[in-house]
Ligand binder design. Sequence first.
Ligand code: ZN
Length: 385
Amino acid sequence: MARRDREREQPFDLALAKVSRFTNTPVDQVSQRLQEFLKQAKRSFEGRELDANSFAAVCTHIAGIGDRLPATFGDRFLFDSALIRGIGDDFGEGVALSRMIVPRHESDWGHERVSMPSEDLNFAHMMELIHLPGKDLLSEVDLLSYPWIIHELGHYILARHSDRFIPAFRDELKKTGANLRLGAIADRGQAKARAEKTLNDVFKFWSPTYDQQNWAHELTIDLMSLWSCGPAYLACFQDVVENSNLNPYELTEVHPPYAVRADALLKGAGQMRIGGFSLKLQQLSDSWQRSQWKNYRDNRFLALARPELVDGSLKVAFGLCRELKMPQCTAQRVANLSREAAKYNGDEIGLDLLLLAWFVYEEKGKDAFSSWEARVVEQLVKQIK
Ligand SMILES: [Zn+2]
């Protein structure tokens, strides 16, 4: 082979090595598809249907996907994968969770979409990665924080159902915009400029964009997580925001301030009639107004943290949960937990496990919970294997 051709094959060999190391792993199917796609690209290149630059680009793209596949497939990977699948089954056909959702152990919670190569341009396959903090070790499973999985899956659900979510949220935003314009109709000079700035800010932070980096998506996802996990989601949210180093009024485009998220969750819990489980969060939220951060609750914050948009989020989020027939964590469901906890012996994995973990911790305390969690997780892994 001429040296030039050999050089051109290097990206191919590299990409093939990167994706074929996943043969016979839990992502074997993805690996096979990527290998096949690479080989097809090579055939097209050899048949002169694909030029050298395009061939190299395909190889680099696929090598990049290989880099994003989970790095390890230990017991925690098996457990987390089974849990995600179980949650998907509980969500049912309305949500229809993809089978291409895999956990990846990272430094923090997150959701990542990796587009798979596809010959059919109208149907791009996506691989969804749910980032879970920690290493691929069973000892790092923390069921009390696992309702965040629902939040991260919420990003996937909203992406999948964006044709329903985005127009519904835009309607809410339009109403607010119209009211703000009406309210500013008589303004002149500086007052008018201020009103226009507020209006622009509200749209900048709240518009539901496809990249999901906005308040509308985050609040809706929090509320969908509350819908399915109830008090378990309230508790794991509280665990994060109890940190007094966090400024609950911080304004960024990506996430609504914690104070706004807490407000939405409190209102949501009230609507779901599980408000009795949100008393601690209510206290915390009240205490923020006297905290070291209180001065950040300024006019700009108040102009953006509009209660009517929090209400709009509730309407859209719960409406979507009903449309997709997502299981709801009702007060009755919580009341049944004590009976279920008594008979649960680590045989089913899904949404219930998250609720039971919350319940056992609340009822029995930290030490009893830790041994319960270790026993249940070990039992489940044995069954999965
Ligand atoms: Zn999020």
